[in-house]
Write a protein that binds this ligand. Structure first.
Ligand code: PHE
Length: 460
């Protein structure tokens, strides 16, 4: 290892991104995924709309923004997998390598998230096939619901698509074709955005956009409590891929001269915009069909609403199939970022080949995914704490593990890292932005996370 060099000269063992754009696309590819299009509308529905969205947006700016800057900075300074980077920086800045445990929490979270993420991504693949066969053409809401219920109750269909999705993820990581993927993402992300805009036009012309808009942007604070605020914060972490180490891992390949501030702003704007457009589209369709968001909202929300729109619009078979396959690709670029840190760790620390590491880690995650597959059928009555096994894995990861390790990443960056080191990485010429980041990272983000935690368990 290159500990002898000064930290700012340390080099990654895996090369660097070809350009700032490549980095922005890779992190956006990680950030934009099922979280924006599947999860955001669904939890907004469960948590009553406007007030939840407002808290979520506040969390993005006050907590997500400084933590993303901190994570990219830690990655670029450490230039290793998240665990080793934290160990290295911990030793340099505080004399203790124990900080590596922050990376470990993130790694565990990534494992658990990918286990269910792959099952939901499998649903989108299944919907791609159903859409292209014209299954939804002319269907009304109850029939569209039934299609989803059938899928959720089928162990074998979910298993097949979960297995296909995990196999593709493993293959890409095993080949290490980050370059290839970079190129694909350049086309796929704008294409997905384009289809969302088509859907938005559909929602404006055919759906009930005004009620959708009111539901999403008119806050009614009586509808939220401590646990919805926690869910909003958890989602801010989830959607920006924070607290898991993948942003740290990607930051390790960022060239020294690139501005971390500018890249972060671009990523956050892109991620937030996509979620808001997806939410508007979904709720315009919900209200247009006289569905009740508190009744229909659940993990099946987009699978019960979007096919209704595709079933009725001209060229719906075309747009529907393209939409679900693109969503599958968006999920793939996120899934890769969920698997990469643990595989990078295995290669660097256990000396295994990339292929073998990807297969071992991927298979464990695949097996864990069976719990989610079973949550809709055999084990649907097996509920405790927050609900089914799937509900519990989701709650534990998004709302507890990600915020905890994200909090520790930023506390390290703001309080334990010397001002000299952080300003060296964040560019001393941007004084105002640096000061603003440091203020958010030292005070606002940590206090925000703690208050929301304490509030959710009723202590505040
Ligand atoms: N951000 C991704 C999404 O919104 C999911 C993800 C979470 C990816 C955590 C990496 C790490 O779909």
């Amino acid at each position: 290892m290159s500990e002898k060099n000064s930290p700012s000269e340390r080099q990654s063992l895996h090369g660097q991104w070809s350009s700032r754009l490549a980095f922005i696309l890779a992190v956006s590819g990680s950030a934009v995924g099922l979280g924006n299009i599947w999860k955001f509308p669904y939890i907004t529905g469960v948590n009553g709309g406007g007030a939840f969205v407002l808290v979520y947006l506040l969390c993005i700016v006050a907590i997500g923004l400084p933590i993303m800057i901190s994570e990219i900075m830690l990655g670029r300074r450490g230039r290793r997998n998240p665990i080793t980077s934290m160990e290295l920086l911990g030793r340099e800045e505080t004399g203790s390598g124990t900080w590596k445990f922050v990376g470990v929490i993130g790694l565990v979270a990534g494992f658990l998230i990918l286990s269910y993420y792959s099952v939901i991504a499998g649903w989108t693949l299944n919907y791609f096939i159903l859409s292209s066969k014209g299954t939804f053409t002319g269907l009304m809401a109850p029939d569209v619901n039934q299609v989803f219920e059938n899928l959720n109750q089928s162990f074998s269909t979910q298993l097949i698509f979960h297995t296909i999705f995990m196999a593709v993820t493993i293959l890409i990581i095993a080949k290490g074709i980050r370059q290839g993927l970079e190129r694909v993402v350049v086309i796929l992300m704008p294409a997905l955005f384009f289809i969302l805009i088509v859907l938005l036009f559909y929602a404006i012309s055919q759906g009930n956009i005004s009620e959708g808009f009111t539901f999403m942007f008119k806050p009614d604070f009586t509808k939220i409590d401590g646990s919805s605020v926690l869910a909003a914060m958890g989602h801010a972490f989830f959607t920006l891929s924070l607290g898991m180490g993948c942003v740290v891992a990607y930051g390790a390949y960022l060239p020294k001269q690139e501005s971390i501030f500018k890249t972060t702003y671009a990523i956050i704007i892109c991620d937030t915009l996509i979620a808001l457009v997806a939410g508007l589209v979904v709720f315009s369709i919900v209200f247009d069909n006289n569905l009740d968001p508190s009744q229909i909202a659940g993990a099946g929300l987009i699978f019960k609403t979007l096919p209704l729109a595709f079933g009725q619009m001209p060229s719906g078979v075309f747009f529907g199939s393209i939409f679900f396959i693109l969503l599958g690709f968006a999920a793939l670029t996120s899934a890769i970022s969920l698997l990469e840190p643990s595989v990078a760790w295995m290669i660097e620390r256990k000396n295994l080949s990339r292929g073998l590491s990807a297969i071992i880690m991927g298979s464990i995650i695949w097996a864990l995914g069976l719990f989610t597959v079973l949550s809709g059928n055999e084990l649907s009555d097996f509920t405790f704490w927050k609900g089914t096994l799937f509900d519990n894995i989701d709650h534990l990861t998004s709302n507890i593990l990600l915020p905890t390790s994200g909090l520790l990443f930023t506390v390290f960056a703001g309080w334990f890292m010397s001002k000299k080191s952080s300003s060296d990485e964040l560019d001393i010429n941007r004084k105002f932005q640096y000061k603003f980041w440091r203020f958010l990272a030292r005070y606002i983000a940590p206090i925000g996370v703690l208050v929301i935690f304490l509030n959710a368990i009723g202590l505040f």
